[in-house]
Ligand binder design. Structure first.
Ligand code: AMP
Length: 502
């Protein structure tokens, strides 16, 4: 509850300061407050008390952010719906989440067969930012991530989870101040966006967003230089794109440069650190299931850094988080041994949305320091050193990251197989020329025109999940266990024998 009072206080207190820079326009906290109040009233007037989970179409404008806060002050939760994603996927999310109302700031709404509140043209009203009294176990958001069975899976996050995150973040010692200018580079369906708008808004700072039609990395570069940003959280993929410009980048005003979402290589971090002579650099880590991020490692510019195979440590648990490393039989492993990282504590989701089967697979209880604790299996292969710092070794499953977006390779295979019928397919993650991860698809067949397949995949999955390259292989190689040898198939993408799909 206190968190929402703090948000209310900040919006009132900093009313004359800039809250957002969106598409070249500054908006003050007072503009934000007005937009929140108008949307809040419209929601109150046309939804019932029991309508707790509301869809928000993720546009890049003030009304979209105001919609989130209007819902929070009312004690409701939002489900971000990206209008650029396939309609089938969005409908699946609406149906799974049980959404009856959608808030949309678009001139022409994309989803119309549902109760719609058009947030861009609402009349002005008296400002009311008083948070409704509501249980800490009520939800703040429900995000859908790639699921192995072809259906996105919902991760609900409660008010107490979000409060725990903010408290833990504040204890790291990263001090965001009202004079800060903070980057918000994330699509609102990705939980790193919550960090990127909420932390600055709690402090009276200004949030700088990326217009949807801009090339992300070059716009980030422009913003950092022209608007003299002081705080940024990015996915490491952005560094790979920016690397060519490192010798032109000089950002002496940058105070904090944080990375999350993917492995952060030490070499590129070192090069990046020369572009930001006065910034502290952090590698933070965490899955959506554990509210934004939950471990942190401060990069040491002048000393030795902890790494595994050139990848920077993800550091130690933040306040309120418990980390353990387990073996295949869920036994906790001692320091130095390799196993699966599991997370417990105050930021942990109550469990996947209406998915008991997944919950049984992913969560378990274990005695920890004399208490029965609930843990989440991350699927990340890690080991811990004597100081409590965790080293990231890779995934134990077929999940990958595309520009920070979580992708289950089996979700791509599911849709490809649905379209191709009996043909065998394998989705592969492979490194591109700048060192980022790309997706490829191998089809067990003679060559054929694959454009109808790509069109089908585009109608089912977001654009970042569409394979960039397709290869045909007559017979899939098998490994010693008689299973398809994915490693060997991965080699097909090494030699550039492939054809670009889009
Ligand atoms: P998401 O739920 O989309 O945030 O994805 C969570 C997954 O991203 C984790 O389980 C890791 O595999 C990966 N991840 C997140 N942060 C880091 C990091 N700093 N270093 C390495 N992998 C990371």
């Amino acid at each position: 509850m206190q968190l929402f009072k703090n948000i209310q206080h900040s919006i009132h207190h900093y009313s004359d300061r800039n809250a957002f820079f969106i598409n070249g326009v500054f908006y003050k906290y007072i503009d934000f407050a007005k937009s929140i109040a108008a949307i809040r009233l419209a929601i109150e007037q046309s939804t019932s008390e029991t309508d707790k989970i509301i869809g928000v179409i993720t546009n890049d404008d003030l009304e979209t952010y105001a919609s989130i806060f209007a819902l929070w002050f009312l004690g409701k939760a939002y489900v971000p719906i990206n209008p650029d994603n396939p309609i089938d996927r969005n409908k699946n999310i609406i149906q799974q989440a049980g959404i009856h109302t959608i808030l949309d700031s678009s001139a022409i709404p994309s989803i119309t067969d549902i109760h719609l509140i058009e947030t861009a043209r609402l009349p002005e009203t008296a400002i009311n930012l008083t948070p409704n009294l509501i249980s800490d176990e009520a939800l703040v958001y429900l995000l859908f991530t790639s699921g192995t069975t072809g259906q996105p899976k919902g991760v609900p996050i409660t008010r107490s989870n979000l409060t725990a995150f903010v408290t833990a973040f504040e204890s790291i010692g990263i001090n965001v101040h009202e004079s800060d200018r903070c980057l918000q580079m994330f699509e609102l369906t990705f939980d790193l966006s919550v960090f990127s708008y909420l932390i600055p808004l709690l402090k009276g700072a200004c949030v700088y967003t990326i217009p949807k039609d801009k090339i992300k990395y070059s716009y980030i570069f422009e913003l950092m230089e022209e608007q003299q940003l002081t705080v940024s959280l990015m996915v490491p993929s952005m560094l790979h794109y920016l690397r060519n410009y490192f010798n032109e980048i000089n950002l002496p005003l940058m105070k904090y440069s944080m990375f999350c979402g993917e492995a952060l290589p030490l070499d590129i971090t070192k090069e990046w650190s020369h572009c930001l002579p006065n910034a502290a650099i952090y590698n933070v880590y965490g899955p959506t299931e554990d509210t934004i991020f939950c471990t942190q490692y401060a990069y040491d510019k002048n000393g030795e850094n902890k790494t595994h195979h050139g990848v920077l440590s993800i550091g130690e648990a933040m306040e309120g988080t418990i980390t353990i490393i387990i073996d295949e039989d869920i036994n906790p492993l001692p320091v130095g041994e390799i196993g699966q990282l599991c997370l417990g504590g105050t930021q942990l989701t109550p469990g996947y949305w209406k998915n008991e089967e997944k919950n049984k697979e992913a969560f378990f209880y274990l005695q920890y320091n004399g208490l029965l604790q609930r843990f989440y299996k991350t699927g990340d292969l890690c080991k811990c050193d004597e100081k409590g710092d965790i080293l990231y070794l890779g995934r134990i499953d077929f999940q990958t990251k595309i520009q920070g977006f979580r992708v289950e390779l089996s979700e791509i295979e599911f849709h490809a197989k649905t379209f191709l019928g009996k043909r065998n397919v394998v989705a592969i993650a492979f490194p591109d020329l700048v060192g980022n991860t790309e997706l490829g698809l191998v089809i067990e067949s003679d060559e054929f025109d694959h454009s109808p397949l790509i069109d089908y995949l585009k109608s089912k999955m977001p654009i970042y999940m569409i394979p960039k390259l397709i290869v045909f292989s007559k017979d899939f190689p098998l490994n010693t266990n008689g299973k398809t040898d994915r490693k060997k198939l991965g080699l097909l993408f090494k030699d550039n024998l492939t054809e670009k799909v889009y």
